[in-house]
Design a protein around this ligand. Structure first.
Ligand SMILES: *Cc1c(COP(=O)(O)O)cnc(C)c1O
Length: 448
């Protein structure tokens, strides 16, 4: 990771990065009795190993350091590092006001402070027929804590959970860590990335507790239709499971399909919606999000899920009270023009990238993204001379062109390649010029 860590997010840089050259010899020191009695627990080792950081680090290390070509980091996504993707003034002011008010210096309750819970309920209720109350909302440290809390709250002997074949890696990590068995269902690239519902039914059993859906979908870039989500709810009801709907990208939509929150179908099956301001407001570093219980039939209460969530939140750290106090103003005062502007930049980037792909026939995008900040392409190896798979493709691309893309293998999609489009336009243009050169060099010579 070291010298290129600053390309992930500048704040990830450590003092060690500067010192890598001057490694000192490690001495073996021992305690008074001949050996220290403590050592690090490795329980999270496997859970942490499914993260994508290791692969990205290898790709960055394959880039040429003294090349005149700057490194283009399109493998991972955090648009907030680029000047064209800055948060709204209203959101900044909300945090400043909260800080200066002096009212946000105290501890907050585990479930979150009332004004924040009310504000999230109001924000989500705009689009829902069954209105949630403040009690149905729990404030979390980003969407990540929502994921962790839900998996812990649902874990139990033999429990299994249904995850999409392409899923935010943290679901995987926490399921492994909480000893919840993972069962994967397929997404269908040729059917607008819809969920293979027959497949869902075939992998579920009496120990299945929940299915996770991501909508809008990172990284496929699709938004599910009303009809498809209704079928998902009906399947969940048939199986007797709850739905966890990760809607963290609900503001990042620039296609034709309107976003439909899963909570609309909560009368059919109970729905837990996970969200945060990280992506929509371009502030992943602010660390505030929510768990929202869409459950007009009160199933979560009678099954003890609410109690379990509260207990888990009581014993884990809370998001900063400053951000909790600021949340109502962040949600209410940010103008829709802010989202429209960001989405219009993303939409232009997607158009540009989608068209540019036509000159690179070995990368095929089955569906033009209509949401989120990625472009997912299938790698056609038959057109390439000396490339063995997606990892090889990305490694050689990094080495020859200083362009970093993410091999699909990391996401569970062998021989797919993911681009981040939440970057400066000029970087994206540059990336396609380099890809064209790369493709020309590795194209299979025509046999006649
Ligand atoms: C980024 C992301 C998260 C985590 O969100 P935070 O609010 O940063 O914790 C969860 N799910 C998906 C699909 C994401 O893309």
């Amino acid at each position: 990771m070291s010298q290129h860590m600053n390309l992930f997010v500048p704040s990830f840089k450590t003092d060690q990065d500067e010192e890598v050259e001057h490694k000192t010899e490690t001495q073996t020191l021992t305690g008074g009795c001949g050996a220290w009695r403590f050592k690090g627990n490795s329980a999270a080792k496997e859970a942490a190993s499914v993260s994508m950081k290791g692969t990205l680090a290898r790709l960055f290390n394959n880039c040429s350091k003294d090349d005149i070509k700057t490194i283009l980091p399109l493998g991972h996504g955090d648009p907030s590092v680029y000047p064209c993707f800055q948060t709204s003034v209203e959101a900044e002011n909300a945090v400043v006001e909260s800080l200066r008010s002096g009212a946000a210096n105290s501890y907050a309750p585990g479930v979150g402070i009332l004004p924040a819970r009310r504000a999230v309920a109001k924000y989500l209720n705009q689009d829902l027929p069954h209105k949630m109350k403040s009690d149905d909302i729990f404030i979390t440290v980003g969407c990540c804590q929502g994921i962790e809390t839900m998996i812990q709250a649902l874990s139990g002997p033999k429990a299994n959970i249904l995850l999409p074949s392409l899923v935010y890696p943290l679901y995987h990590s926490h399921a492994i860590h909480s000893l919840v068995e993972i069962r994967k269902y397929n997404l269908l690239p040729d059917q607008d990335w819809e969920i293979d519902l027959q497949g869902v039914e075939s992998i579920a059993d009496d120990n299945t507790v929940a299915m996770v859906i991501t909508n809008p979908h990172n990284p496929c870039g699709n938004v599910y239709t009303y009809d498809h989500l209704k079928k998902v709810a009906e399947m969940a009801k048939k199986l007797g499971i709850l739905i966890i709907s990760d809607e963290v990208y609900n503001q990042t939509i620039y296609g034709e399909n309107p976003f439909v929150p899963m909570g609309i179908f909560a009368l059919i099956a109970p729905v837990v919606t996970l969200g945060s301001i990280s992506k929509g407001w371009l502030v992943p570093g602010w660390r505030i999000g929510w768990i929202a219980m869409n459950d007009p039939n009160n199933i979560f209460k009678t099954t003890g899920v609410i109690e379990s969530i509260k207990e888990h939140l009581d014993i884990s750290p809370d998001p900063s009270t400053i951000l909790q106090f600021a949340l109502p103003n962040i949600l209410e005062k940010t103008k829709k023009e802010f989202f429209e502007m960001n989405n219009s930049i993303l939409s232009q980037n997607v158009d540009m990238a989608f068209n540019a792909l036509k000159a690179i026939p070995c990368l095929i995008c089955p569906k033009k993204p209509e949401s989120c900040t990625y472009l997912l392409t299938k790698l056609d190896l038959s057109l390439l001379e000396d490339i063995t798979d997606d990892v090889d493709f990305c490694m050689k691309l990094a080495q020859e062109e200083n362009l970093v893309l993410l091999p699909g293998e990391v996401l569970g999609m062998k021989n797919w390649v993911r681009f981040s489009i939440g970057v400066e336009r000029s970087m994206l243009e540059d990336a396609f010029v380099r890809l064209k050169g790369f493709f020309a060099r590795h194209i299979k010579s025509q046999s006649t």
